[in-house]
Design a protein around this ligand. Structure first.
Ligand SMILES: *Cc1c(COP(=O)(O)O)cnc(C)c1O
Length: 821
């Protein structure tokens, strides 16, 4: 139990909060009010440790990491915080005594969905690990008024509903007005001569006030509480007399509007660059505020800004925070009057960049016109960085225009953010071994040849505290019963389970737990989708953002193919299978949204076909998010990780499934490669082209899917069902675009860009092996237990230790707390 936790105090605190906040006695409180009261009581416990942690950091003058990210997909905080302060049994007892159920109260919390998918969830797992390992770190991001939209399925179509996550207030956040700061946009730069040197002053700008809200990030059982700092925008001196006097009414209104719109909404694109002006405003807004604050904090304790990098490191989560490079340069040049070389030496020792994708549609490029208009001083600095870098290229490769074309930061009317991030930092990392190798050999080859020392790999990880201890309490307790609780903070220790993989009693226990988790998910599906699913069927799950490269389309085409076989032969011997999908599509991604409609249309036909005797069910779970993800992973038998090889940089969903004892059905892509290496290819179902084969075809301009169409009757039959009204009798043309994407070269796109038909036969064969394997319960249980036992590498604790050793060089800090202060 946490040193700061006292059961009776906690109980009084909950009762008091209900009274004080809602003017009610505890027995009158609604579940939502009870949630608020419990959350505030938990925050009370956390606060002392939070303060103590930061005192300790100050005392030790510890080097601090700023993890800069446009997204933090945190999931619910209450349950995780209770676990991490090690007060779960006591809190349950108190709530029991008060007549409440913890699960029901947890269900009242909105998911703070300040992220899209994997990238934002990675940032959240990293914060959990940093706090648990005791490293001084801030997450820095944006307090979006509306986070990721809520997905409703109506008539099979995705509808986007605003996610008003702050409507009842968020109990864990603290507004820190004392750290508010100004961020400037637009205007022009005036050059003045002073003391024999040029100075640059931004004038005629609009500005907003950035106000931070802090959320506690509680380490597991170690009294450490770090901070996620998300910035809100407020208007500066709205309608001040000043503005009226100067006739600046227009400007005052514009500043008011800028503040309102800037943090209004999270862009719902995953792995896709939209190029919207407001997005660049968001980026500069939270980066300028975060960098200004980091510099101020450093200067409170230190004299010499030249040594800033000794106490500070900025990790850029993808290119979205790359303006941190020129913003730090601006502060050093314009506010501290450093020379260019001095400022550059500090900046390039402070910033480090994580690459998350090689797909060209995700590469951020800003038109010069937009960039220089919005950020005139920052643009000047980027121009100078580019001028000096191009000079360096020319020295190294005299007369080689191709090198400049590929590596210049400003080229062809655009500012290329990845190039700026690579040049402006000391580290470039990929997120799985295969991904990093592709970066070095293909996408970033020229940079790798010029600066090989910057490149390194950091295979992603996930936190076992959320995705096993919190999300799957039955399995967590079973694991602890077998091998003790060390796995909670040292996941490789879970390998001790391997000796139980062959034990029939353990296999039975494991499968019973899986069954109970499937019952829990079936109940969720019944409540939320109104569909009955059989927990004895194989739960075959693909949950992740909807994207063509992730190939949900291949999955659903295979479901159709199986269904056809069942229709031809109603006695077909197959293990009943429930195909479970969950995915949000970007609001503007037409083909992805049509794929959701296709999945739901296929589900309608199959789920209502009595003739197949329930052998196949198809379920699309609405509004996939962290809180229901936890329930889904716990219940999965099969983990679908079927991206086109080379396209998924790492994946982290694959790791969550493995940790919960699902078997991977996947391609040799991203971290799947390393998962198979850990658990053995015999305990997974691997299929499809390799990344080398995919890249080989791409370099030849693709392949011809018509050959497959013409020669494979079963595939042709499935494709024809897309355009003959089989799944859309009212509108036979409904799925024409999907059909075209696979076969037609009418459009300028290559046909079947993601090699769905090419990989289909091998996928169907692997699916057949799944069916056969599941019949052998002993084999399956053993393989599932081995997946859990071999998941040790994929903890984000390991990833963080690698970042610390190779990039950040932080020191661990210990926080001691007196009891009952
Ligand atoms: C882990 C996770 C993701 C990332 O899943 P991938 O399969 O790696 O794409 C996306 N969304 C949520 C809610 C997650 O928990």
């Amino acid at each position: 139990m946490s040193m700061g936790f006292d059961k009776e105090t906690f109980k009084k605190s909950v009762i008091y909060n209900v009274k004080n906040v809602f003017r009610k006695t505890i027995d009158e409180a609604t579940p939502e009010q009870a949630f608020q009261a419990v959350a505030y009581a938990v925050k009370d416990v956390i606060i002392d440790e939070w303060i103590a942690t930061h005192k300790e950091y100050e005392k030790q003058d510890a080097k601090t990491l700023y993890y800069l990210s446009m997204e933090f997909l945190m999931g619910r905080a209450l349950g995780n915080n209770i676990i991490n302060i090690m007060a779960l049994p006591e809190v349950k007892e108190v709530l029991d005594e008060l007549g409440f159920d913890l699960n029901a109260i947890e269900d009242q919390e909105p998911d703070p969905a300040l992220g899209n998918g994997g990238l934002g969830r990675l940032a959240a797992c990293f914060l959990d690990s940093l706090a648990t390992l005791g490293y001084p770190a801030y997450g820095c991001g944006i307090r979006y008024r509306y986070g990721m939209f809520k997905q409703k399925i109506e008539n099979g179509y995705q509808m986007e509903v605003p996610d008003d996550w702050l409507k009842n207030g968020y109990p864990f956040e603290v507004r820190r007005a004392e750290y508010a700061t100004e961020v400037k946009f637009g205007g022009y730069v005036r050059t003045v001569w002073e003391n024999g040197r040029e100075h640059f002053v931004q004038e005629g700008y609009q500005s907003v006030r950035a106000v931070p809200y802090d959320m506690p990030i509680v380490g597991y059982g170690n009294n450490v509480v770090n901070t996620l700092r998300i910035w809100d925008a407020e208007a500066i001196n709205t309608f001040s007399l000043d503005s009226f006097d100067k006739g600046d009414y227009q400007k005052a209104v514009e500043q008011e509007n800028l503040a309102k719109t800037i943090v209004e909404v999270l862009y719902p694109n995953d792995n896709h660059y939209a190029g919207k002006e407001l997005r660049l405003k968001q980026q500069y807004f939270f980066i300028s505020a975060s960098v200004q604050r980091a510099v101020k904090k450093y200067m409170e304790k230190h004299e010499d800004i030249h040594k800033f990098f000794e106490k500070t490191v900025f990790q850029l989560n993808d290119t979205h925070p790359t303006v941190a490079v020129p913003e730090l340069m601006r502060i050093l040049l314009d506010e501290f009057n450093l020379t260019w070389d001095e400022a550059w030496a500090v900046t390039t020792k402070t910033c480090a960049y994580t690459n998350h994708t090689i797909m060209s549609e995700a590469l951020e490029k800003w038109p010069i016109e937009l960039f220089s208009r919005l950020l005139p001083r920052i643009y000047q600095i980027v121009e100078e960085i580019n001028r000096r870098f191009v000079e360096q290229i020319q020295q190294m490769y005299p007369g080689n225009q191709d090198k400049i074309r590929k590596m210049a930061i400003i080229y062809d009317g655009q500012v290329r953010m990845a190039n700026l991030a690579i040049v402006g930092g000391f580290s470039v990392n990929g997120v799985a071994r295969l991904h990093t190798e592709i970066l070095k050999k293909e996408e970033l080859r020229d940079f790798y040849e010029m600066m090989p020392q910057k490149f390194n790999n950091k295979t992603n990880g996930i936190t076992q505290r959320r995705f096993l201890l919190h999300g799957n309490p039955l399995l967590a307790e079973w694991v602890t019963g077998k091998i003790g609780s060390e796995w909670i903070t040292n996941l490789p220790h879970i390998h001790r389970l391997a000796v139980y993989a062959d034990d029939p009693k353990c296999q039975q226990e494991f499968m019973d737990i899986k069954y109970q988790n499937k019952v829990r998910l079936a109940k969720y599906i019944k409540e939320h989708n109104g569909i009955d699913v059989d927990p004895r069927s194989i739960f075959d799950v693909q949950v992740k953002r909807l994207h063509e490269y992730k190939r949900q389309l291949m999955n659903i085409l295979h479901v159709i193919y199986l269904y056809n076989q069942l229709k031809d032969n109603p006695n077909l011997d197959m293990v009943p299978r429930t195909f479970i999908f969950g995915a949000k599509a970007a609001a503007g991604y037409k083909r992805a949204k049509l794929t959701i409609k296709l999945i739901n249309s296929v589900a309608d036909v199959i789920n209502n076909d009595k003739s197949i005797d329930g052998k196949i069910k198809v379920v699309f779970i609405e509004d996939y998010k962290v809180s229901n993800a936890e329930i889904i992973f716990a219940a999965a038998d099969v983990s679908e990780q079927i991206s086109t090889a080379s396209k998924e940089a790492s994946g982290t969903g694959n790791m969550k499934f493995m940790l919960n004892g699902a078997l991977t059905l996947g391609t040799m892509d991203g971290a799947n490669v390393e998962i198979v290496e850990e658990v053995g290819a015999e305990n997974a179902f691997i299929f499809g082209m390799t990344s080398d084969e995919v890249i080989g075809y791409e370099n030849k301009g693709g392949y011809n899917p018509m050959e497959i169409f013409n020669n494979n009757y079963q595939i042709r039959r499935v494709l024809m069902q897309l355009i003959n009204g089989y799944f859309a009798p009212q509108d036979p043309e409904l799925f024409r675009d999907i059909y075209n994407s696979l076969l037609n070269t009418q459009s300028s796109d290559r046909a079947d860009t993601y090699f769905i038909l090419k990989d289909f036969p091998s996928y169907a064969e692997a699916q057949q092996k799944v069916d056969q394997a599941y019949r052998n319960e002993t084999w399956w249980a053993k393989a599932a237990i081995l997946n859990v036992a071999c998941s040790g590498k994929f903890t984000s604790d390991r990833t963080i230790e690698e970042y610390v050793n190779d990039i950040w060089h932080l020191e661990k800090v210990k926080v001691e707390i007196e009891a009952n202060q």
